[in-house]
Each structure stands twice: as structure tokens, then as C-alpha cells.
Write a new protein. Structure first.
Length: 462
């Protein structure tokens, strides 16, 4: 009886905090706990082992096709970036806002090259953590990368939730805190319900996002000829002041491209991931980069810069300024886009925690998959709670900058991982070394440039 009670105590109170993928067949081992000998004779430890193994017995289900994972990526990238941050980019880059988005797209493209090749080799959840582990055989570094991805995703979802309040205020006047709590609570519940349901919602809202961008392009179409009449106003000269503003804007615009890397964390739920992940990343990035640059051109051509700069609902402003299209309808479309981005970030973070828990990098309880929903419910609830805290605590631009800084750091390590793996390959080519090396250097340069500009702004304030 005492032994039974002891086992029940372990199951209910100790096991949720047990760390390490005990009984896992993977080659990853936990660096967080002291290894112990597991045998039926060691009843307490053996009980822990059996229970921890059963937690991860339910696998994720492969249900996503190429079109679904591509639309998932487009929805994640489009999410809040262009809908929320266009005005903030215009505030620092001015009429060179399209150039800032183009620079951000170039920075992202090198890292996308590394991601799509690594996703083909290692189609697993917690992708970045796996890539670093494979390249550098460091559990500590791999764990750090995985947690950084989770943190950046949480802050990104908080950024999106903050952006939601700007459009929602056009329709209904409510305190920001109330809007944020209701939004994140609802999205966390949906993400816990099931991946197919969540992704189906995301795919549907992605079409709404694209429709909204189409409305913006239509609304500003008559203003586009002015770009040809005054090209010097929109395309940057080779001067330090102009490119300083572009660099500052590109760092904010970089946030708008974040999302394609989330696709690799859905790899265990994608059909034929070796083929579909590779194609999906390429398609999602090309489509969104093209849309961003076109919308940025439309914005600077159709709206006076003093109105666009810093506006909290920039796409609604463009439509209101140029057409009779109901601004409330555009606000509703924008809110759908923003909700989609937050939902997908919550899903992604939960999958990274699941993947890391499965490999013994963090507590195994985070790898528990619910038998009915087949989703990592505990990890999803934890992510949703953290998103709510950050969204309530920090302003929009600060959240976007924090996210960009952390994601650039992860991109640096992902590029370095592909470089290291290619270097060890006997069939390597010069381009297989040059492209990831260039991606790593660009990311580091971008980080240093941002820190330099931030330091200069701090000095000016004094």
C-alpha cells in the first residue's frame, strides 16, 4: 500500500517536473539531470521511466499538404507585419519605406536558403534546435536556440496582439488590456483544440489577408503613376542619412518577414516533409516579399507621409484616404489578419516545446500530447499565458524590435549550422559554403548596425 501511494505521489506531483526523455530511442540525452540506472528493480525510477515514456506515446499526426503548409507560411508571415508595422517603418524610413522592405527581404532570403536545406535533411519539430545539435553536437547550445525561438515567438504573438488593438479601436472602444486578454485566451483555446482545425482556420484567414492586401492595392492604384514621375523621391540615393533611415526601417520591417522559419516546426505534421517543406518555404517567402514591396509602394504613393508615419492602422488609412470603401470593413479584414498571425505563433511555440521535451532538452511534461486533440495542450497553455503577459507589459515597437533581435541571432546559428554540416560533407561545393556563410555575416552585421543606431539614439536623447 505504501509503495502504491508513493508511486501515485510521483505520478501526480513529481512527474510533471521530471526532466529528460526517459525511454526515448533518440540519441539526444538530457543535460539537465544526473543520469540514473533504470530497471524494474528500481521501482521509483522505473515508474518515472514508464510514465515519462507513456507521456510521449501519442505522436503528432501528418495531415498537412504542400498547399496547406505554404498557406500556413504565408499566413504566418503576413500576420501582423504589413498590417501593423507599415506605419512604424514609414516613421523612420520615410518615402524610402519600399526600399526598407526590399532590404529586409534580401536579409531574410539567405537564411531561408539555409532553412529550406536543413528542413529537407531534418524534418522534425523544434527544427532549429535539431539543426544546431546536428551541426555542433552541443545539447546546451541546442536547448538555448530552441528556447530563444520560443521566446521570440511569444514576443512576436504579443506584438501581434498589441497591433490588434489599433484596428479594434476603429470599431469598438474597449481598454487594451481587456481586448488582449479576450484575444489571447480565445486563440490559446483554438490552438489546443486541434492542429487541423487551427490550420484550417489559418488557411481561411490567409485568403482574407490576401484579399485585404488586394483592396489596398486597388485603393491606391490611381496613385501608382506618381512613382514614375518622381522616382528620386522613392528610391534612395547613396547618402548616409538616407541609408541610416533605411537600415532602421529594415530592422523593423524584418519582423514582417518572420514566420517562414515557423514552418519547419510543423514538419512532423506535414505529408512528405522532405519535399513539401522545401517547396513550401520558397513559395511562401517569394509571395509575401512581392506583396510587401508592392503594398509599401502603394502606401507612399497614395497617402501623405505625415499621415502614414506612425499610424496604428496603416492599411485602413490607405483605403479610407483613397476610396469610399467602408473603413470598418477594412479594419475587420485587418483584425482577421492579425488574429491569424497570433494563432500561428502560438501553435509554433507549442510545437517547439513539444519537440524539445520529446528530445529531453526540457521537462518531458511539455511533450505530452492529448489523446483526443492530438495536440501538446500543456505546452500550448504555457505559451498562451506568456503571450498575454508580454502583450500587457510592453509597447508595439519595443516588442517588434526584441523579436527581430532574437530571430536574427537564431538565423545566425542556423546559417552557421548549415555551413558546418556542408563543410564536413565530401561532396560540398563552393556555393554550398558561400551562401550560408553570407547569411550568417549579413545577420551579424544587421544586429550590430541596429545596436549602433539604438546607441546613437540614446546619446541623442541625452
Amino acid at each position: 500500500m505504501l509503495n502504491l501511494r508513493l508511486k501515485l505521489f510521483i505520478l501526480l506531483f513529481i512527474l510533471p517536473f521530471h526532466i529528460g526523455a526517459a525511454g526515448s530511442t533518440t540519441r539526444y540525452v538530457s543535460a539537465l539531470i544526473t543520469p540514473v540506472y533504470l530497471s524494474p528493480g528500481n521501482s521509483i525510477i522505473y515508474t518515472l521511466n514508464k510514465c515519462a515514456t507513456s507521456l510521449m506515446a501519442t505522436p503528432l499526426k501528418r495531415t498537412l499538404s504542400l498547399s496547406q503548409i505554404t498557406l500556413y507560411g504565408i499566413g504566418t508571415i503576413l500576420g501582423a507585419g504589413i498590417y501593423v508595422l507599415l506605419g512604424e517603418v514609414a516613421l523612420v524610413s520615410g518615402s524610402f519605406t519600399p526600399v526598407a522592405f526590399l532590404v529586409a527581404a534580401i536579409v531574410v532570403s539567405f537564411s531561408a536558403y539555409s532553412y529550406r536545406h536543413l528542413a529537407r535533411r531534418f524534418p522534425y519539430s523544434a527544427g532549429e534546435a535539431v539543426y544546431v545539435q546536428e551541426a555542433f553536437a552541443s545539447t546546451h547550445l541546442s536547448r538555448l536556440v530552441g528556447l530563444t525561438i520560443v521566446f521570440s515567438g511569444i514576443v512576436s504573438a504579443a506584438t501581434i496582439a498589441r497591433g490588434f488593438t489599433g484596428y479594434f479601436a476603429i470599431l469598438v472602444t474597449l481598454p487594451d488590456a481587456v481586448m488582449i486578454i479576450l484575444l489571447i485566451g480565445s486563440l490559446t483555446a483554438l490552438a489546443s483544440w486541434g492542429v487541423r482545425q487551427s490550420v484550417n482556420v489559418a488557411v481561411a484567414t490567409t485568403f482574407v489577408e490576401i484579399f485585404g492586401i488586394g483592396v489596398v492595392i486597388w485603393a491606391s492604384f490611381d496613385s501608382l503613376p506618381s512613382l514614375l514621375e518622381r522616382p528620386q523621391q522613392y528610391f534612395a540615393p547613396l547618402s548616409l542619412p538616407a541609408w541610416s533611415g533605411i537600415a532602421a526601417g529594415a530592422f523593423i520591417a524584418f519582423y514582417a518577414f518572420i514566420g517562414f522559419e515557423d514552418m519547419v516546426n510543423m514538419a512532423e505534421e506535414v505529408k512528405d516533409p522532405e519535399k513539401n517543406m522545401f517547396r513550401g518555404i520558397v513559395l511562401a517567402l517569394i509571395i509575401t516579399a512581392s506583396l510587401y514591396v508592392v503594398v509599401a509602394l502603394c502606401a507612399v504613393a497614395a497617402v501623405p507621409l505625415e499621415k502614414l508615419a506612425g499610424n496604428k492602422a496603416p492599411l485602413a488609412l490607405i483605403v479610407e484616404h483613397n476610396t469610399q470603401f467602408p473603413v470598418s470593413a477594412m479594419a475587420a479584414i485587418s483584425m482577421v489578419a492579425i488574429i491569424n498571425g497570433a494563432l500561428l505563433q502560438i501553435i509554433m511555440c507549442a510545437r517547439v516545446l513539444y519537440g524539445m521535451g520529446k528530445r529531453g532538452m526540457i521537462p518531458a511534461a511539455l511533450a505530452k500530447v492529448h489523446d483526443h486533440t492530438q495536440t501538446p495542450v500543456f505546452a500550448t497553455l504555457l505559451v498562451g499565458t506568456c503571450v498575454m503577459i508580454f502583450a500587457l507589459a510592453l509597447p508595439l515597437v519595443t516588442l517588434a524590435k526584441i523579436t527581430s533581435l532574437f530571430i536574427l541571432s537564431v538565423f545566425t546559428l542556423v546559417n552557421a549550422s548549415l555551413l558546418a554540416l556542408n563543410w564536413r560533407s565530401k561532396q560540398r561545393t563552393f556555393m554550398q559554403l558561400l551562401l550560408p556563410a553570407t547569411g550568417a555575416v549579413i545577420c551579424i552585421t544587421f544586429i550590430l548596425l541596429h545596436l549602433l543606431l539604438e546607441f546613437a539614439d540614446i546619446n541623442k536623447s541625452f
